[in-house]
Design a protein around this ligand. Structure first.
Ligand SMILES: NC(=O)c1ccc[n+]([C@@H]2O[C@H](COP(=O)([O-])OP(=O)(O)OC[C@H]3O[C@@H](n4cnc5c(N)ncnc54)[C@H](O)[C@@H]3O)[C@@H](O)[C@H]2O)c1
Length: 360
């Protein structure tokens, strides 16, 4: 295919291998031409697996950005370098997909939004949960007004014991925080997108450091090292929006509860409600009776055939690349991710001061 977009990958760890490269390599519109990691062997390995025959390998991202033939950069490094690398890539004339969370702070996120505007390049953030079938369906339903005015919502990001033990997830300096900025970010993004409401008025939050220092804890990825656990293990927020709507946000990597769910939201509106927990269920009242509808997301109709199914990662990559080709807005807009970053930062701030944070 002529005029394929040339992609450069910066950060060749878990999310590069688990999400971006398998999905990008299915698209005939792209060629993955360059790989960078400070551990250069990681870049070499992925270049051999996913790159074109003469793919370039770099240890320094600034060297990769000098290649003027590269159109698109995927920034897949720890959170502390998202802003720096994304801004440098935008300034070098590239379109940028940056992994979530957008940045460690709202000041950094603001600079990323400004850099995209200044350079006229596209910037998106890797909120892949928007591309799940249940999210796509609920977004359509909510945007068409089926739920009426959504005035209460819950963002769920709760694990019993699933603390990431690889990479730098427990390092506050490199990540900016723990489960709130890591998985709370997905749940809050999903909730704001469903509500189409990006105007927070005030935020209160509490952050806990209760279980991270326990030795030999049960954990999905094996025991963590307590001395390295320097971020919160759970965080909770109470967000009031300018229009009066309330959002509660629950996030934890380790909590003694059976009520676990992640990257999900519940919405309560004047015409109906929706819960992503236990499948997608829509509830309401009709003809003086309450109803609950379970939404079946498969194609249906033919026994044993569920229709074509695409993973959220595949759909995210496909729509992102096509937004560049067609010159349309990406589904995840940087201004939206900026508001998510602002709210998460306000939860940390409120937890520190014991006071509500008000937005102008
Ligand atoms: N969308 C999701 O659900 C999801 C899931 C996991 C991780 N992530 C995000 O992806 C990012 C990376 O997470 P991960 O799990 O892949 O971590 P990881 O530690 O496995 O990979 C990060 C890689 O970046 C490299 N790196 C660090 N600094 C660099 C630099 N300046 N230049 C080039 N390479 C550099 C590291 O050597 C490492 O190989 C994080 O921001 C994380 O929040 C998103």
């Amino acid at each position: 295919m002529k005029n394929q977009l040339k992609i450069g990958i910066i950060g060749c760890g878990g999310i590069a291998q688990g999400k971006h490269l398998p999905s990008l390599s299915k698209l005939e519109q792209v060629r993955i031409v360059a790989f960078c990691d400070i551990v250069v062997e990681k870049a070499e390995k992925l270049a051999a697996q996913y790159g074109i025959a003469d793919a370039k390998v770099y240890a320094k991202y600034l060297d990769l950005l000098e290649d003027t033939s590269i159109d698109v950069i995927h920034v897949l490094t720890p959170n502390n370098s998202h802003a720096e690398i994304s801004i440098a890539a935008l300034e070098a004339g590239k379109h940028v997909m940056c992994e979530k969370p957008m940045a460690k702070t709202s000041a950094e996120a603001q600079k990323m939004v400004e850099a995209a505007k200044r350079t006229g390049r596209k910037l998106t953030i890797g909120y892949n949960n928007r591309f799940r079938p249940d999210s796509q369906y609920l977004h359509k339903l909510s945007s068409q007004g089926d739920l009426g005015e959504v005035y209460f919502a819950k963002a769920h990001a709760i694990r019993r014991r699933a603390v990431p033990t690889w990479g730098v997830f427990l390092d506050k300096e490199k990540q900016g925080g723990g489960p709130l900025i890591d998985i709370g970010t997905h749940a809050l993004d999903l909730t704001l997108w469903m509500m189409n409401n990006y105007k927070p008025k005030s935020v209160m939050g509490n952050v806990y450091y209760k279980l991270g220092k326990k030795e030999n804890s049960a954990n999905a990825w094996g025991p963590w090292e307590p001395e390295k656990f320097n971020v919160e293990d759970s965080a909770f927020g109470f967000i009031t929006m300018e229009n009066g709507a309330t959002i509660t946000l629950e996030s934890s990597w380790a909590l003694n509860t059976l009520d676990v769910d992640e990257a999900k939201c519940s919405l309560c509106g004047t015409e109906g409600g929706a819960d992503m927990k236990d499948g997608l269920r829509i509830n309401g009242e009709k003809h003086s009776k309450l109803y609950t509808n379970n939404i079946e997301l498969g194609a249906g109709g033919v026994a044993f055939y569920e229709g074509k199914s695409e993973s959220d990662a595949d759909l995210e990559a496909y729509l992102w690349i096509n937004s560049i080709i067609d010159d349309t807005d990406p589904i995840v807009k940087p201004e939206e991710a900026f508001v998510v970053t602002q709210i998460l930062e306000a939860i940390y701030e409120s937890a520190k001061t014991g006071k509500a944070v008000y937005f102008n």
